[in-house]
Design a protein around this ligand. Sequence first.
Ligand code: PLP
Length: 554
Amino acid sequence: MSFSAEQFKQQFPLFAQEENAGLVYLDNAATTQKPLSVINTMRDYYIHSSANTHRSSHRLARKSTEMVEQVRDKARQFVNAASGKEIIFCRGATEALNLLAHCLCSELEPGDEIVISTAEHHANIVPWQMAAKRHNLILRYVPHTAGVPQFDRLGEVLNERTRVVSLTGGSNSIGLRPDLSLIRQLLRRMHIMWVVDGAQLAAHEEIDVQKIGCDFFVCSAHKFYGPSGIGFLYGREILLESMPPWLGGGEMIAEVEFQQSRYAELPHKFEAGTSPLAAIAGLGAALDFLSRQDRVAMAEHEQRLTRMLHRELSASPNFRLISQVHHNLGIIAFVPVHGSATDLMHWLDERDIAVRVGHHCAQILGRTSGNQVTVRASVAAYNTDSDVRDFLQALDDYCEVQQSAISDEEVEPTSWTRDDFSLLQLERLASHRNWQGRYRELLLWSKVVSRKPEIRNPENLVRGCESEAWLVHREIDGRHFFGLDSDSRVVKGLGALLLSQIDGCTTEEIEALDLPLLFKELGLSKHLSQSRSNGFYALMRRAFHQVESGENRL
Ligand code: PLP
C-alpha cells in the first residue's frame, strides 16, 4: 500500500464544503476531522439500530449489543490487547485517567508514591493530584531539564514506595515522544503499575500494548478521526479484576441487594450507565477506516511535513522554536520574536489557518520551560504540502508587517490621559486598498496607546476581549477622555481606532456616531476573526457604558 494525502483528504467532507475551500487545518492535536464513513455510521446507527444494549433482548437491543461488542473487539485489535475484557469504553482519555487515579489510588497506603512528568496533559496530572490529596500519597516528577522530562532518568525517582508511573506516550504541547522501550526497561521487575497516556500517540502509530509492556493505555477516538465523547481504557485483565469499580449504576452490577451489590464481570464492571452508543458505532467506523490505511506511509507523510515545518521555522530569525524535530509526533510549537503569539494566531485565523495558542493544557511544562504561551501547529495525514506552504507564507507576511511596524521608535510610556489620537486619520486607514496595508496601519496606530501599568486591574478589565484589555474613562468639562492598555498590538490598534473617534468628544457627539457601520466600511468585519471583532465591540460597549453612566466626572 502507499499513501496520498490528497486522496485521503477527499474522504473528509468538511474540507469539501464551500466555506472551507481555503481552510488550512493545523489544530489536529486538539481534535481531528471525521471521514464520511464515521459520520454515516453514526447516522445509520440512529436510523437503523437505535436501542439500549445488554438489558433488553428484543431484536434491536440484540443488534445494538452486538455492535458494541464488535467495536470492543476492533478496539482490542487496534491496541493488540489479549482479550475484550481488557477494553473499557470511556468518554475519552480524561475519563479513563480519572478512573485509573480513583481506582488504583484507593488501594494504596499513605506515603505511597506516584510518578508523572512535567510534559503531561492536565488530564494526566490533576486526577493524580486529587487522589494523592485524598489518600495522602506523594506525587513525584521525572527529572527535567528546562521543563523537558528526561525519561532516561526516571530511575532516579523510583523507590520501594513507587506504586504507579503514569506518563505520556507523546506530549500534546511539544510533540515529544518518550522512548517507551526505555521506560519498559527501567520499570522491569519492579512491581509498579505503568499507565501510558496514548491520547496523542494512537493517532500517529500502530499500538501494541503487549509489545509496549504497559499495564494501562488510554486514548480518545476524536484524536484519530473518530467521534468525540468516546475513547477507551486498556488494562491488563488481572489488574482490572483486582480493582474496585468506579461509577456505580446500571450495567455494572450482577445483583443488587438492600445493603450491597455484586458487580458484573469485566469489562462491564467499569461501564456504569448507558454508553454513548452512536459514538461507539462511530469509533468502530474510525477503527475500520484506520485499518484500511497504510499506517506506516501515513506516519512517514506526517513526519515529512513535521520536518519541513521545523526546518523552515528554525531557519527564521523571527521565530523561536520550542518543539524539537526528533522523536516528535507531529507538533510544531513556537513563539514569534516580535508581537504576541495571540496576535499571530489571529493573523493566521484571518487567513483561515487554524492553529492553537496558549498553554495547551500543559501549564507545568509552560511554567518550567518559561514558555507559558506558545503557538502550536499540529499535523494530521490529510495535511498537504500546500497547507504547509500556505502556513509558512502567512508567517512570512506576518513578519514583514511586524518588522515595518516595529522599525519606528517605541512610544514612551505616558499617563493614560495624554495619549494623543488626533494624528490618527481615518482617511489614511481607509486609503489602503488592500487589507494587508490597512492591517499594517492599524499596528502603527497601536503605538499611540502607551503602556499604563496603573490601570491594569480587574476593575478596568474589558470582558469579551480574547486578549486582555483595560479601559478607563474620565469626563472633564463635559468631554470624555479614555485610557487603554493591552499586550496585544491588534487590540491596541483597534482601541486606537475606537478612541480616535470618541476621545475628547461630548456625549451628544459620541451618540451621533455609527461605529459598527464604520467598522464594516473599513472592511474590518470581513477580514478580522470573529473573536477580534468581538473584542472591538466589547471595547466599544465598555466605553459607551462609561459615557452613559457618567463615571469619573470631574
Ligand atoms: N492526554 C493528552 C496527551 C491529550 O492531548 C489530551 C487531549 O488533548 C488528553 C489527554 C485528554 O483527552 P480528552 O480531552 O479527549 O479526554
